[in-house]
Design a protein. Structure first.
Length: 566
């Protein structure tokens, strides 16, 4: 009853707010009515196009663009955006007119972000952004810095493999999602703050919690953007919570910074990223004077930008390989020929594995962990004959572009071979995002600076997991060859696992046909599934058989995966 009252109350506040906002403020919508705007689906009063949006946003936008064209205008409550979904349109936006679309929009969370003045990812294209970007590319995430971290990556992957083996030996189920996320968090933690942090598991764990909470609250506050200027009143208290979480993060990071300052690194190679940033902070000669908040904010952004995305990519790659045993076999053979069975694959081996690289590229094409590139139009502009107003949020639907049948053969199929055959190899431009058909890391001056680090970790982890274990869907397991978005929409409410219900009972309830494949939960990530209900929990089992003889039993826990994204 209390829940019902709360929900009704929230709904009322929400609706009244909309009406007030509409009444009080002259909206962007009105201005768009008077210009040649991009096509727009029929909108409802107050909510605009909200009713077109399903739980998986990039799919909803893909469906809309199929009906209304590759550039569409949407009003969601008080929030207006254009969505681009074809390579030709995107080429204009982040290619030809990149200078107009180099800004990223502010979201509702910014008012409650304690390092408001220090953000890099949403910094305007000005001296501060240019300075941070330069140190990112030349010092923090440069090839030299990454080479220095090879040992860290190798050790953390080794730990992951040990955990898998140990769980097998103890006969315990394994939460792949949790283990892989811990690994990526540890890698970033150690690269950023060195062993001083990673040795203390508590600190690494604390950071993981803060990042998760910051992401969750940030998303909730962004949804509040629909309320327009009223979102500043923090009607649901998410902003207040964000401030508290960030306050705790700040305290923890200040402690780590002080520790670094006390044990100043005299290593000629320059120490970890925190050491490099502190060195710049102390130096008066740089064109931009860094503050302590700049450093903390940048570090938080690296965690937010990196950890989850790498982990998601690894899980999707594994899921696709499990679902395509012939491709798994082909990859295993490639690794066996080069590395053999007596040693573990190393970072430096990856260049000798074209098929492994193709598997990762194809995974990122089908399941881009960042399904949207978000930019903002900085002047009243014209794209393909349509007017876009200054300040309009511009969403590039990377997911739709990378599944566009005009650019890709059998776009919804997992076919790594498309990246390993000769015709594609000399299209390297595509891979770097310059052809605008393949954009998992964005493109141009605001493209992802962490792409090399991310690819290093994904290649080495997927390679090691394939080299060391046989991954087969258990015959009891629910396994699908569709991605999770199809999975969630086809199961809906009737398939929520009841409390106390065993996996077997749950599976029986789903009434799957013999031989039908259903993808395991660990794979259910792709930017949007966090809308799934809390109690949705499918335990999916996989058998792991180690190449060198031992057998493991793994359970993918969907609930845990999704909690990760909450
Ligand atoms: C698989 C993993 C990753 C994916 C798929 C990914 C994807 C992306 C995408 C799509 C963008 C926006 C690009 C654009 O606007 O054109 C971006 C930006 C960014 N990424 Fe990544 N990223 C990944 C990993 C990382 C890592 C590991 C780091 C750093 C540790 C990182 C740091 C950043 C930063 C700082 C930006 C903002 C750059 C700027 O505004 O100049 N990312 N990433």
């Amino acid at each position: 009853m209390a829940d019902f009252t709360n929900t009704t109350y929230c709904l009322l506040v929400f609706l009244i707010s909309f009406v007030l906002v509409r009444y009080i403020f002259k909206t962007r919508v009105n201005r768009y009515n008077s210009i040649r705007s991009p096509p727009s689906p029929p909108a409802l009063p107050i909510i605009g196009h909200l009713h077109f949006l399903g739980p998986i946003l990039h799919r909803s936008f893909q469906n809309l663009s199929r009906r209304f064209g590759p550039l569409i205008l949407l009003h969601i409550g008080e929030s207006t955006c254009v969505v681009a979904s074809s390579a030709a349109v995107i080429k204009e936006i982040i290619g030809t007119h990149e200078n107009i679309f180099s800004y990223r929009p502010e979201f509702g969370s910014v008012d409650f972000y304690i390092y408001k003045e220090s953000r890099f990812v949403t910094a305007e294209y000005g001296p501060y952004w240019r300075f941070m970007r330069k140190i990112c590319m030349t010092k923090l995430l440069s090839g030299t810095q990454l080479n220095k971290c090879t040992d860290i990556r190798q050790q953390e992957i080794g730990r992951l493999l040990e955990s898998l083996t140990k769980s097998y030996e103890e006969g315990k189920p394994i939460d792949i999602s949790g283990l892989v996320t811990t690994m990526t968090n540890n890698i970033i933690c150690r690269i950023v703050m060195s062993t001083r942090c990673s040795d203390s598991c508590d600190e690494a764990e604390e950071i993981k919690k803060f990042v998760k909470e910051t992401l969750k609250l940030g998303r909730l506050l962004s949804v509040g953007d629909m309320l327009g200027p009223l979102s500043k009143f923090d009607l649901f208290g998410h902003g207040k919570k964000l401030k508290v979480v960030m306050g705790l993060f700040d305290k923890l990071l200040e402690g780590i910074m002080k520790e670094h300052e006390e044990n100043r690194c005299h290593d000629k190679r320059g120490g970890d990223l925190m050491d490099v940033l502190l060195e710049i902070y102390r130096d008066e000669n740089f064109e931009v004077k860094l503050t302590r908040n700049d450093i903390k904010s940048f570090i938080l952004e690296l965690f937010v930008a990196g950890t989850d995305l790498i982990s998601t990519s690894i899980q999707w790659a594994l899921a696709e390989l499990i679902n395509h045993p012939n491709k798994f076999k082909k990859l295993r053979e490639e690794i066996d020929v080069v590395v053999g069975k007596s040693r573990l694959l190393q970072d430096s081996d990856v260049t000798a594995f074209p098929y492994l690289q193709a598997v990762v590229k194809e995974t990122l094409r089908l399941h881009p962990p960042a399904p949207f590139i978000i930019r903002q139009c900085d002047e009243d502009w014209n794209i393909k004959g349509f007017n876009i107003m200054k300040g309009t949020r511009t969403l590039i639907n990377v997911f739709a572009v990378m599944r566009d049948p005009d650019s890709w053969n059998q776009p919804d199929k997992f076919v790594p071979e498309r990246f390993s055959n000769e015709s594609f190899r000399h299209k390297q431009k595509e891979i770097k995002g310059q052809g605008f058909h393949y954009l998992p890391f964005g493109s141009g001056r605001r493209g992802c600076p962490g792409a090399s680090l991310a690819l290093n970790v994904v290649h080495a982890t997927v390679g090691a997991m394939v080299q060391c274990f046989d991954w087969n869907a258990n015959k009891d397991g629910v396994v699908t060859n569709q991605d999770f978005s199809c999975y969630s929409s086809s199961f809906e409410v009737s398939s929520i696992k009841d409390k106390g219900e065993t996996t077997k009972e749950f599976i029986a309830k789903l009434d799957l046909k013999t031989g039908q494949k259903v993808l395991g939960g660990g794979c259910g990530i792709g930017g949007g599934d966090f809308y799934m209900p809390d109690n949705f929990g499918v335990m999916v089992s996989f058998n792991l058989e180690r190449a060198i003889g031992c057998k493991c039993f793994v359970e993918f826990n969907v609930t845990k995966c999704m909690q990760m994204l909450r």
